[in-house]
Design a binder for this molecule. Structure first.
Ligand code: AGP
Length: 613
């Protein structure tokens, strides 16, 4: 979603802001802008353009045409007002002296706008953000300094926001504010940064701190001072980011998505190997007491999108391992559904970014009801990680493509490891059964490499079917959960209509859609239900549909007798098969999108991290 970068230092700000914004392009956006203070002119110069960042960068000669050493930049993903130059950020106050970049939504902007208009303030955009610029200026009418005015403004605005504010009257500082939308502070030599995402400033500094909700920061060339909501100074812990810059670059691949698909075996090794020792699971810094685990009545998994699909697989596996009820809810539903969650419920929150607003809101609702929160997160220091009682990181490294791949796989792995750990504490699974799964776990990265080696085979199938307008994914049990993810992958990057169904539901309605030309991707990795999968394939074929099937190597020949095409994955423990089965589905979606000429890493209308409701 929207991205923020801010810089104050001795270098020219504009090239640096544009470079930082380019690192945030993956988040999804529709327009971009910068505001830079010119010492010579004694004013802010604001430049904005609808469309890709390269348009803005072209207008500004890569930033060389803009003079000044302090500024803010923004990539906007439209919420209030269509993508346009006027609605792009920075938004400025009437005098042009205050410029604001904003991620999130000001929920009471209508009321504030009416108030400001009644005071004669003219509005130039349809955005909610513009009220912030005008309101700060309004609160300076009595001569208040910028910090005081921003503080007053915060008492009036409601909603979720990360703000970067620059004032021509106080050009030796930048103001940063955070509430429910991430903001990171960066510490350099003679310079300071702010950013919505660490990737924006990684090439300039690795020393960062994470703003907490309600905090305000003043950035100068000499350092950063943070304040809490009472405007009392707070000391921030400075962390060293150990992500390699190269990990957030394409490294010779045409697309981040393809690179990240290929990185999965390595990501799995990082997520799994250090957590298995002597045939047992070890979860680092695990602090939930065993008595508490034994007292659990149920587990409730909460997540959105692909992370929710991980939860769906988790429900099947965890219930098998733990023999206690496991419910899975979408973050956006959980917060409004009066869930049955209390001190005897462990809420497992799954999120790649750790910043998804609906998931975050669900976490807070669960905590309010007395549950403990265990999160499975990729981004270190993210909001969800910091608000959880226990965090298990997926260690997948930066994931840039909007369509998640390696984060999905590592989330699955970590959730299974968590299940095995809890099963040991609960005594719900025999030791040899746990060891059997763990043994197979260790062979997964190498098996996944074999799956990826077959990419040309999957590309061939994509070339056969890429022009189909509608695709159905069917499967039973854990294959159904995997189908949900395969279908999401296809639709989000190739814009092909696709839906996933539990195979048994075909006869209850969906089968009416099967006719010659329909493509069905039948998942048959759940071998105890193999015969059922075969029957469903026959049903589809006899109505003229084409069936591309996915199963394990041991049953591939049998399936090939019926299906139109078969993709085989190595055999493994049944609970772990989705870890191997996801990759062919990711590759299939990737090649279809490639053949349809889609913008794979930045699909239309989508954002990597969904920080609005
Ligand atoms: C998946 O490819 C999507 N990009 C999306 O569904 C994503 O999984 C969802 O928005 C949740 O994101 P999170 O894991 O960062 O919370």
């Amino acid at each position: 979603m929207c991205g923020i970068v801010g810089y104050i230092g001795k270098e020219q700000a504009a090239p640096l802001l544009l470079e930082g914004l380019s690192r945030l392009e993956y988040r999804g956006y529709d327009s971009a802008g910068v505001a830079v203070y010119s010492q010579r002119e004694g004013r802010l110069n604001v430049h904005k353009a609808k469309g890709r960042l390269k348009i803005l960068s072209g207008l500004l000669g890569g930033g060389d045409a803009v003079e000044g050493t302090v500024g803010v930049g923004h990539t906007r993903w439209a919420t209030h007002g269509a993508p346009s130059d006027e609605n792009s950020h920075p938004q400025v106050s009437r005098s042009g002296k205050i410029a604001v970049v904003h991620n999130g939504i000001i929920e009471n902007y209508g009321e504030l706008k009416a108030f400001l208009q009644s005071q004669g303030v003219p509005f130039a955009s349809e955005t909610d953000t513009e009220v912030v610029a005008h309101l700060v200026e309004y609160f300076q009418q009595d001569g208040a300094d910028i910090l005081t005015a921003v503080g007053r403004c915060l008492h009036r605005i409601e909603g979720a926001y990360a703000l970067g504010i620059i004032s021509a009257d106080a050009p030796d500082q930048l103001i940063a504010v955070r509430k429910d939308s991430p903001l990171i502070l960066g510490y350099g030599e003679g310079c300071s940064f702010l950013a919505s995402d660490v990737t924006a400033i990684l090439q300039y500094t690795r020393r960062v701190s994470y703003m907490d909700d309600g905090e305000l920061a003043v950035l100068t060339r000499d350092g950063i001072q943070c304040y809490n909501h009472l405007m009392q100074p707070v000391e921030k812990e400075i962390c060293a980011v150990d992500w390699e810059i190269g990990a957030a670059e394409k490294g010779g691949y045409e697309h981040f998505m393809f690179k990240e698909i290929m990185e999965q075996p390595e990501a799995l090794r990082r997520a799994v190997f250090p957590r298995i020792r002597d045939g047992e699971v070890f979860l680092e810094d695990f602090s939930l007491p065993e008595d508490y685990i034994r007292s659990l009545r149920n587990i409730h998994i909460v997540a959105c999108g692909s992370s929710y699909h991980v939860g769906m697989v988790g429900k099947y596996n965890l219930e098998k391992m733990l023999r206690i009820p496991v419910e899975v809810s979408l973050g956006s539903e959980f917060r409004y559904m009066d869930p049955i969650v209390d001190g005897k419920t462990l809420v497992v929150v799954i999120s790649q970014s750790g910043e998804t607003l609906d998931t975050m809101a669900a976490l807070r609702e669960a905590r309010r009801r007395g549950a403990k929160i265990l999160s499975i997160v990729n981004v270190v220091g993210s909001s969800i990680a910091r608000e959880s009682d226990q965090v298990l990181y997926t260690w997948a490294g930066p994931e840039i493509a909007v369509a998640t791949t390696k984060a999905y796989t590592t989330q699955l792995a970590v959730l299974n490891l968590l299940g095995l750990y809890l099963a040991k504490v609960l005594g719900s699974m025999a030791a040899e059964d746990r060891r059997e799964v763990l043994k197979d776990f260790l062979s997964l990265p190498e098996k996944l490499e074999r799956v990826l080696e077959n990419k040309d085979g999957i590309q061939y199938f994509a070339s056969q079917y890429f022009n189909r307008d509608s695709v159905f994914y069917i499967g039973r049990n854990i294959d159904y959960a995997l189908g949900l993810e395969g279908s999401l992958k296809l639709k989000e990057i190739s814009y092909v209509h696709s839906e996933a169904y539990a195979s048994g539901e075909l006869k209850h309605g969906t089968i009416s859609l099967i006719e010659p030309g329909a493509l069905v991707i039948a998942l048959g990795t759940c071998l105890r239900l193999f015969d059922k999968a075969m029957s469903n394939i026959v049903e589809v074929k006899s109505r003229g549909g084409d069936v591309l099937a996915l199963t394990t190597e041991s049953r591939a020949d049998e399936m090939a007798k019926t299906a139109s095409g078969v993709i085989a994955i190595p055999d493994a423990h049944p609970m772990l098969l989705p870890l191997l089965g996801a990759a062919p589905l990711q590759l299939y979606a990737y090649y279809v999108a490639l053949m349809r000429g889609c913008d794979i890493d930045k699909p239309r209308n989508l954002a990597k991290s969904v920080t609005v409701e």
